[in-house]
Design a protein. Sequence first.
Length: 187
Amino acid sequence: MRTVVDQGADIGEVLLTEDQIQTRVAELGAAISADMAGRQLTLVSVLKGSLPFMADLMRAISLPVRIDLMEVSSYGGATTESSGLVRILKDLSSSIEGEDILIVEDIIDTGLTLNYLVRYLRGKKPASLRICTLLDKPARRLVEIDVNYTGFTIPDQFVVGYGLDYGELYRNLRYVGVLKPEVYSQA
Ligand code: IMP
């Protein structure tokens, strides 16, 4: 495995700047707050990629919110292809029965992960279940998913930053970018 010294130097193209992301997150928070006015929300985030988005989005929502975190795996290590296998690595901490749930996702690619998660969470009998994703790559969808809030629709490119990783790195970049092709070939 290659040691990365300068993460920024591995980025070939910045797809979404920090400003673009922050502006959109504020808009999403305002829309969610208006749509769900008078209610209390439980945000269920999917580790690890959704961490920065969750942290920013929860503060952009003006309603009372609880949060819970799940971790699922859909990729094996430093690969860019979905395996289609979903495993729960960390479950919810408390019951969501009767609660208004908003799933907070980093990216929907094939949709396999979210499809599994939605079915799993529906089984826990929430009052309602909505989905908010920062990024959507519709070109690669294998299962149809009803998404309520989408930050940005992006082309079919593997992206990193603002939570998204390649081989567990690049999550702490403040922007979303595309890696230089040589980064994959040296892996
Ligand atoms: P799906 O099951 O194919 O929709 O994949 C969802 C998960 O795959 C996301 O939550 C990410 O963790 C990961 N993923 C999908 N596309 C990308 C990408 O472009 N960059 C980094 N991770 C990705």
